[in-house]
Design a protein around this ligand. Structure first.
Ligand code: NAD
Length: 377
């Protein structure tokens, strides 16, 4: 069987779905590995590094012969049109709102697996692409903010006077937010954070940041069984906005990471709140691709909104691509290893397995995922 890894075609996608280390391990499973020339370049991996690990380097047309394709993003129509029927494609498929592409891939007989739907259970921790990438995004958000901010992050007591520590406020204390808190703390900032899930309170405190939230009855019930946030009521949102507005006025940097699975990102910061911040303040909106937490944030840009530099870079993990690819490639490898029979080397898609049940979108000519119109196995 042949496994192909393309050079990603999506705009600004610098990551790659394999590393020399994972190539070696995939070969050990008995697969032939073919990597598109230049696929790893933006992640600091040249063709020779992949070749030395045992891969063959080829053009994009090699995709047509592949039994398995590892990708970062969902393939474009011109790409999946070339895949052979029965091919298995493993990627971040971004399935919500892209049902048409799913139907087309199903129609081609392609089996597709959405890595971002991996259940967040202990067994799948090493396959959790949302966590591996969000962790780096949280780190990178602070680095980007520090680069744009025109003051120092830590307090500095010098002979010429004292520079005060920057105040950093992190909204949404999931995987990205917690890493943003930790990174801002390492840089010496005074950090506070908010979330709607009560479990976040202790995690924020354990990182040395102050927790700020409307802790009413709705807050106490805001976490789903899967550990995610629920969409909050209008009443809660109004109370939250009031609390946040007063707090934001005293901050130098805000980093927003709030997401609700399958829903647009909640709007947490208005222009009016930004206008209360000091001139030269910085905001980073990690949710910009999902509609944005900050009013006025623009995808792919640093927008100036009410005197605040609002960083709306898309794909922050891609701005730290070598680290992001290393972890993403490892996530794919560990998942794929569960599909391969150790003795025969056969690749099985077992729909009874909870990892497959949660992530398999299309299979044997149909859309099979219940969330996208399919029937469960
Ligand atoms: P996410 O990316 O879906 O959302 C980011 C954060 O935004 C979340 O903490 C969410 O509660 C918060 N949020 C949503 N609406 C908000 C609002 N209106 N105001 C403020 N904050 C808001 O979340 P995530 O980073 O993927 O993490 C979700 C949960 O999953 C966390 O509890 C995390 O610890 C957990 N997790 C578990 C595992 C595991 O293997 N067990 C792995 C990774 C993450």
């Amino acid at each position: 069987k042949t496994l192909f890894v393309p050079k990603e075609t999506a705009f600004a996608e610098t990551r790659v779905a394999a590393s020399p280390d994972t190539v070696k391990k995939l070969k050990a499973l008995g697969l032939d590995i073919v990597i598109e020339s230049g696929a790893g370049f933006a992640s600091g991996i040249d063709d020779d590094a992949f070749r030395d690990a045992g891969a063959e380097i080829a053009g994009s047309d090699a995709a047509a012969n592949a039994d398995v394709i590892f990708r970062v993003r969902r393939p474009e129509p011109h790409e999946y049109e070339a895949y052979k029927s029965g091919a298995i494609v493993i990627a971040m498929m971004d399935p919500y709102g892209n049902e048409e592409a799913l139907a087309a891939m199903a129609g081609k007989g392609i089996s597709t697996i959405a890595m971002e739907l991996m259940p967040r259970i202990t067994r799948a921790q090493s396959m959790d692409v949302l966590s591996s990438q969000a962790n780096l995004a949280g780190y990178q958000a602070v680095i980007e903010a520090a680069a744009v901010f025109d003051r120092a992050m830590p307090m500095m007591m010098t002979a010429a006077g004292t520079v005060p520590a920057a105040r950093v406020f992190v909204m949404g204390a999931g995987v990205a937010g917690l890493q943003a808190i930790a990174t801002a703390r390492r840089l010496g900032a005074v950090v506070s954070a908010t979330d709607v899930r009560p479990a976040a309170k202790e995690q924020v405190a354990s990182l040395g940041a102050k927790f700020i939230a409307v802790e009413d009855d709705e807050f106490k019930a805001a976490e789903t069984a899967g550990g995610y946030a629920k969409e909050m009521s209008d009443e809660y949102k109004a109370k939250q906005a009031e609390l946040v507005a007063a707090h934001i006025a005293k901050q130098d940097v805000i980093i927003t990471t709030a997401l609700i699975p399958g829903r647009p990102a909640p709007r947490l910061v208005t222009r009016k709140m930004l206008s209360a911040m000091k001139l030269g303040s910085v905001a980073v909106d990690l949710a910009v691709e999902r509609g944005g937490n900050i009013e006025g944030a623009e995808a792919g840009k640093v927008a100036t909104v009410e005197g605040v530099s609002v960083i709306g870079y898309v794909n922050l993990p891609g701005r730290i691509a070598a680290s992001a690819s290393l972890l993403y490639a490892k996530n794919l490898l560990t998942f794929f290893q569960t599909l391969v029979d150790k003795e025969s080397g056969a690749i099985n898609i077992n729909r009874e397995d909870e990892l497959i049940a949660a992530t398999l979108l299309t299979h044997e000519g149909a859309v099979v995922h219940p969330k996208f119109g399919g029937a469960a196995a």
